[in-house]
Ligand binder design. Structure first.
Ligand code: NZQ
Ligand code: ZN
Length: 385
């Protein structure tokens, strides 16, 4: 196990009716800005619950943080927040609203353009405190330091890390009952791949981290059919929601190496084609595992046995079977697993290869997923064989 420091200060408030807790959890004397997406909260009762909890307070609302939040939109929120001297933020919505709110919180006390902050997180100085009400389980943004921000002008999408976590996050599984089926599929896949990015490296680093990660993967595999059968199944939604939080809040990453090459390629597919985040991952992860099969062999065999019960065959056959089962799981969610299904072809692959090479980046636990390797992965998932 590698050395590590762990601290996660976000207070997690989980369960039915918990949005009412905002009244007590938000400090009394702050100049509050509440941030929203495109309006789903107005149709599922979340907005009304938030307004009831904020009754008697003075606050500013900012609407319109879109999926894959754009810096162009967030600049407007920063300008409004500066004008109103906002000193506390509350995000109400999915991961995009939470991520956008993190960049607003990092920009309010800065003279820099928010995109400069995305490109160089080291330039973040004092950050305004913020909290979240999460309505979509997927990103783990409610309890982590990450944000992923897009730039319309340049067709870029980059992850960043902020120095301050949400003060608290409220997760009421009932708020997810209004999610469209495809958002649930994207969210389950995103959660699965977050765990895979922290798990599918080399075996033998930490039995404890392995068991926790496998526990989340198994929970997703067992829970997904229940949710597909009835998305108002509270207990199933609650397990999925908590899996999403636990999948990317640092708990399964202590002392182990991490990958993140699948996400890095997925972000390019979103930046270039607007493909939803979870959908990009369903396409890239199986191909990534196929291309890096030998490097990841020890973990693939462990994963195959413990998550899918695969115990017979040669190591190569067992690893292939584990990857096939993963791809079948994504397909069972209703997701595409090949680029051709989304009309993405060679021109995009060449552009992603070019971008990685010109940036001089290489991802993965072995730091070997560079431009050419990303091209190889993408050609592997171009079309069904
Ligand atoms: O905008 P509104 O109207 O609220 O609608 C949203 C949006 O259209 C809707 N929605 C959310 N909650 C709903 C709902 N509709 C009905 N009922 C509800 N309860 O769902 C749509 C998608 O929302 P979005 O917030 O974009 O989805 P998600 O939470 O999956 O976030 C995706 C973004 O997070 C980034 C992704 O790259 C992407 O930009 N990620 C953030 C991470 C992090 N902060 O740690 C890690 C992830 O790997 C990921 O990259
Ligand atoms: Zn993700």
């Amino acid at each position: 196990m590698k050395n590590f420091t762990f601290q996660n200060t976000t207070k997690l408030i989980f369960g039915r009716g918990t949005i009412a807790r905002l009244t007590k959890e938000l400090p009394a004397d702050v100049r509050l800005m509440v941030t929203f997406g495109g309006g789903s909260v107005k149709t599922n009762g979340v907005y009304d619950q938030v307004m009831a909890a904020l009754k008697g307070r003075d606050f500013v609302e900012f609407w319109g943080i879109e999926p894959n939040p754009k810096v162009e939109t967030l600049r407007k929120a920063v300008a409004l927040g500066k004008e109103k001297k906002v000193d506390y933020l509350l995000s109400v919505g999915g991961g995009s609203v939470a991520d956008g709110t993190k960049l607003i919180a990092a920009s309010l006390r800065s003279a820099l353009d928010p995109w400069d902050i995305v490109l160089d997180n080291g330039k973040i100085g004092e950050m305004v405190p913020y909290a979240t009400v999460m309505t979509l389980p997927a990103t783990g943004s409610e309890m982590n330091l990450n944000a992923v921000i897009s730039n319309l002008a340049t067709d870029e999408k980059f992850g960043m890390a902020v120095p301050r976590r949400p003060e608290f996050s409220i997760l009421d599984p009932e708020t997810t009952f209004s999610l469209p089926d495809e958002q649930i599929a994207y969210g389950i896949c995103d959660t699965f791949v977050h765990v895979a990015e922290q798990y599918m490296t080399t075996a033998g680093q930490s039995p404890l981290m392995d068991r926790w990660a496998e526990g989340i993967l198994l929970t997703l595999v067992e829970t997904a059919p229940k949710i597909r059968a009835d998305k108002r199944n509270y207990d199933a939604m609650a397990d999925y929601m908590l899996s999403a939080t636990m999948g990317l809040n640092g708990f399964i990453a202590m002392g182990v190496s991490q990958d993140w090459a699948t996400h890095s390629i997925g972000h390019e597919l979103t930046a270039l084609h607007g493909i939803s985040h979870g959908q990009t991952l369903a396409i890239v992860l199986p191909a990534m595992m196929r291309v890096l099969r030998d490097q990841k062999m020890s973990k693939l065999l462990q994963y195959g046995e413990r998550v899918w019960g695969i115990v017979s065959g040669t190591p190569a056959e067992r690893a292939e079977a584990a990857i096939d089962r993963t791809e079948e799981f994504f397909r069972s969610l209703g997701l595409a697993t090949r680029l051709s299904e989304l009309n993405v072809g060679e021109a995009t692959i060449a552009e992603i290869e070019r971008r990685f090479s010109s940036r001089g980046v290489a991802f993965g636990e072995g730091r070997n997923v560079d431009g050419p390797k990303a091209g190889e992965v993408l050609r592997k998932c171009l079309r069904a064989n």
